[in-house]
Design a protein around this ligand. Structure first.
Ligand code: ATP
Length: 280
């Protein structure tokens, strides 16, 4: 008997519940009109499936279309052709089940840390009581260690703290999917390492679908289950998908003692080297 591909089987071959694909991207093409009236094809035939508890990283050289892909999944951009579905439904616009975290923090400067998170909760969960909303805000500020800074304004806190507010705000509305565009890119190395750990801790306790763009192979290896490696644009495609075999919870020091870590790292860097261009 041929097993249906979306069913899993226990070792005694008894059937378990079907595992539906969560996000499905099929033959996605994105083109922008050029000034001379023709089309510039940015993404050319992207196929990718992401599970509801999977952490995916996307790496590729500058300009290959990583942000464009993420924006299409967020519903901020439309595909020129192909399909993008979430739990079987086509994505055509932004929705609270998909939250985006940008490299630049995009906080409202006239609101405190607490109010920035609260505003998102108010918008997405208007029917909750004040007490319930306060609990959700506090829970998520605590997750990223921001309770002590809750009454401060964005210009009174560091870049790392601002990014934590952005992450707390995204998580507070309990999205099914987190879309992060170089979330640690603007941070110094020490803050970056700490925040990677914090985000991974949260994800390990509350797994959800994550797509994260990064330029950092070590970050991708530390955090993700698979690394989607894109070829250069224009007409970028997925060149290869690297499966990261390390179990969660992950320990950075232990990973660096594992020789597979270096094999994967070298493999990813060799991939990027093959696509190196003078523009980078
Ligand atoms: N609105 C737009 N109109 C026309 N071209 C665009 C538009 N948005 C993006 N592009 C082009 O699409 C290509 C991919 O851009 P995108 O920002 O997705 O790349 P990226 O891989 O995220 O780059 P980086 O790593 O530098 O952030 C670029 O050549 C960019 O100029």
């Amino acid at each position: 008997m041929v097993k249906p591909s979306n069913y899993s089987f226990n070792s005694d071959n008894t059937e378990t519940r079907p595992t539906e694909d969560f996000l499905v991207i099929r033959d996605l093409v994105k083109a922008y009109p050029t000034t001379n009236g023709s089309q510039s094809v940015i993404l050319d035939g992207i196929d990718l499936t992401v599970q509801s508890d999977e952490y995916i990283s996307i790496i590729g050289h500058s300009g290959c279309g990583k942000s464009t892909l993420l924006k299409i999944v967020a519903g901020l951009e439309q595909a020129s052709s192909g399909q993008v579905t979430l739990e079987g439904k086509p994505i055509s616009k932004p929705g609270a089940e998909r939250m985006m975290v940008f490299q630049q923090y995009s906080l409202l400067p006239w609101l405190t840390v607490r109010e920035n998170v609260r505003l998102a909760v108010d918008e997405v969960m208007p029917r909750l009581s004040k007490v319930e909303k306060r609990e959700i805000v506090n829970e998520h500020l605590a997750m990223v260690n921001l309770i002590a800074a809750a009454e401060k304004y964005p210009d009174e806190i560091s870049g790392g703290m601002k990014q934590r507010v952005g992450i707390a705000r995204a998580l507070a509305i309990r999205p099914k999917m987190l879309l992060m565009d170089e979330p640690f890119g603007a941070l110094d190395a020490l803050t970056r390492g700490k925040l990677q750990r914090q985000v991974l801790d949260i994800w390990e306790h509350h797994p959800q679908a994550v797509m994260m763009i990064t330029h950092d192979v070590d970050e991708a290896l530390f955090m993700s289950d698979r690394i989607v490696m894109m070829t250069n644009g224009p007409q970028a495609q997925i060149g290869e998908i690297l499966k990261v075999p390390f179990a969660h919870p992950r320990d950075r020091a232990a990973l660096r003692d594992d020789k597979r870590y270096y094999e994967l790292r070298n493999h990813a860097l060799a991939f990027l080297d093959r696509y190196f261009t003078q523009d980078d």
